[in-house]
Design a protein around this ligand. Structure first.
Ligand SMILES: *[C@@H]1O[C@H](CO)[C@@H](O)[C@H](O)[C@H]1NC(C)=O
Ligand SMILES: *[C@@H]1O[C@H](CO)[C@@H](O)[C@H](O)[C@H]1NC(C)=O
Ligand SMILES: *[C@@H]1O[C@H](CO)[C@@H](O)[C@H](O)[C@H]1NC(C)=O
Length: 263
């Protein structure tokens, strides 16, 4: 806090970003995203002027994107990155007419408005898609706050994510597997919620996971990575506890690559 005040005094306007990027601002922005999605009304978003929007890594508009469709929100969870002024929101709509699982990275402007929204949308036809399964498992997991003295640094959290992402192309990489650890991929779960769940249960070879964009929240040990999975738009989100992987959630937009519309 003192450092921020000193920086504010020294650097003038560039410090505005740090000063305004509070957890409250980020949470309010993430809440406005969930409200917009529930209503199918993108104007509910706390947007900054000139907001840019991508969907499945392609430039788009809010009006023609997923936020214009009202969805029943069965579950949402947001992590807040006060260092980058960014958020990640996982959103599950399992009980509506057309189920979806969505991931949103958002970046905020110095004034606290949302300047950039990057959405990933998965639905029937995407990798292991089963929103009911996603919802069931996601609700059982504990992504709650980690006691201040037990939190990992941003570097440790990101390193755990990077090791997991790197092993797809390099089997010599040492991944900090936690025990237990479970992977929720689409709606499919590698564990059963028990103490012996393992994430080290098979990873494809020879795939480079590149163009990684991170949102990190140390308070909950979470890092979300938007990446290109051999050209397929993908999100890998991790919960890290004590430097080790506890949960992995993936969204893989198969329908974006084939150009096929979701059915
Ligand atoms: C989806 O997940 C639910 C809950 O885990 C399960 O009961 C159902 O059989 C799954 N559906 C398919 C098509 O796999
Ligand atoms: C593979 O990972 C090992 C262990 O981290 C590292 O020493 C090596 O340089 C990596 N190889 C490549 C080609 O990146
Ligand atoms: C976990 O694994 C241990 C050792 O193999 C075993 O004794 C124990 O019953 C397992 N626990 C569960 C809940 O499966």
């Amino acid at each position: 806090m003192l450092l921020r005040l000193v920086l504010a005094a020294l650097c003038g306007s560039s410090s505005v970003l740090a000063a305004d990027c509070t957890r409250e601002t980020l949470q309010a922005g993430a809440d406005s995203l969930v409200a917009a999605q529930a209503a199918g009304n993108p104007s509910l978003l706390k947007a900054a002027d000139g907001l840019t929007y991508t969907e499945n890594f392609k430039a788009g508009t809010l009006k023609t994107g997923i936020l214009a469709t009202a969805l029943k929100i069965d579950h949402s969870r947001s992590s807040l990155d006060t260092t980058q002024c960014a958020t990640y929101t996982e959103l599950i709509s399992a009980s509506g007419t057309k189920p979806y699982v969505l991931g949103f990275q958002m970046h905020f402007s110095a004034s606290g408005g949302i300047a950039k929204v990057d959405a990933l949308t998965t639905a029937k036809g995407d990798w292991l898609f089963n929103a009911t399964g996603t919802l069931n498992w996601a609700k059982k997991e504990d992504w709650g706050e980690i006691a201040a003295g037990k939190r990992d640094s941003r570097a440790v959290i990101q390193a755990a994510a990077d090791a997991y992402c790197d092993i797809f192309a390099n089997k010599s990489v040492v991944v900090p597997w936690g025990k237990p650890c479970a992977r929720l991929e689409g709606g499919s779960y590698t564990g059963n919620g028990g103490p012996n769940d393992s994430c080290n249960v098979g990873i494809p070879s020879g795939v480079a996971l590149v163009d990684r964009r991170y949102v990190i929240d140390e308070t909950v040990g979470a890092v979300d990575v938007f990446l290109s999975f051999s050209g397929i738009p993908d999100s890998h989100e991790f919960r890290v506890e004590g430097g080790k992987l506890r949960f992995v959630h993936t969204l893989t937009v198969m329908t974006a690559r084939s150009g096929k519309s979701k059915v």
